[in-house]
Design a protein around this ligand. Structure first.
Ligand code: HEM
Length: 236
């Protein structure tokens, strides 16, 4: 009985991991599309406003004040927390279930390395998210005062120089972002397809579609995130 409860709870954990993970994949796509605005060339419009600054500040203001987006943001924070805590618990549970590797165990032949290091990759991503949110989300929510006047007269927080300047003025910061996209890519290369398997989508017809979509997602999304700081630092 106790054993079946344990199995049930570990299965439930896997479902929650898969659901929160897929939601975070959607978040990544939305976040990436919004961030592309940072690649607009910062030029003055009629000598008055910087178009890129105007547009990004308008976007950041909308993202922090629109009630629907606010709800989505809270779901995102909860998903990150849930995914991280559940992931740590599952890793511990798996280690406890098999504290010593089988004598003839040959992990590299039986599974890809990313699947065995999901816990470590996830922890690296969590460290990145903490550093990242402290820098930009922290500035937007706690450190900046509203002082930038949009063309329509609305006074908003001037997040643009914080983000643009962080990459433009520091090669180290730019490279940090590029390096941090690797654990995200490796984590997604296993996690994306694995989430579909958890939900039982395990069919000859769809397996290769899911596998290659996951692979494409895990390469294209982190690569696109990495291009933004590089483009700001070296080209804009
Ligand atoms: C080029 C790379 C990236 C840039 C320039 C960037 C920029 C930003 C900015 C400016 C904010 C603050 C937005 C605001 O509060 O209005 C933010 C928030 C956030 N970023 Fe990123 N980001 C990048 C990559 C990532 C990646 C790869 C992840 C996840 C692995 C991530 C996760 C988050 C989260 C969770 C928030 C808080 C979202 C919210 O408040 O709803 N970011 N990012």
């Amino acid at each position: 009985m106790a054993k079946s409860a344990l199995l049930k709870s570990s299965l439930a954990k896997k479902y929650w991991m898969a659901a929160s993970g897929l939601f975070l994949c959607l978040f990544l796509v939305g976040h990436l599309l919004g961030n592309f605005q940072l690649m607009i060339k910062p030029v003055a419009e009629n000598g008055i406003a910087n178009i890129a600054q105007e547009q990004f500040n308008f976007y950041a203001h909308f993202m922090t004040t629109n009630p629907l987006v606010k709800v989505l943001s809270y779901v995102t924070y909860l998903s990150i927390l849930f995914h991280a805590v559940d992931g740590i618990l599952l890793t511990i549970q798996n280690k406890k279930a098999r504290p010593v590797d089988y004598v003839k165990n040959n992990p590299s032949a039986n599974s890809v390395w990313t699947s065995r290091y999901m816990g470590i990759l996830g922890t690296l991503i969590l460290v990145f998210i903490i550093i990242h949110m402290y820098a930009f989300w922290g500035a937007m929510h706690f450190r900046l005062e509203p002082n930038y006047v949009l063309v329509d007269g609305t006074i908003v927080k001037d997040l643009y120089p914080e983000v643009f300047g962080a990459f433009k003025n520091s090669l180290g910061y730019t490279l940090l972002y590029v390096v941090c996209m690797f654990p995200i890519g490796f984590h997604l290369s296993h996690g994306f397809a694995s989430a579909f398997q958890t939900f039982g989508l395990n069919h000859k017809k769809y397996n290769s579609i899911i596998k290659y979509t996951g692979l494409a997602f895990s390469i294209l999304v982190p690569a696109a995130f990495a291009i933004i700081p590089l483009y700001i630092h070296f080209i804009l």
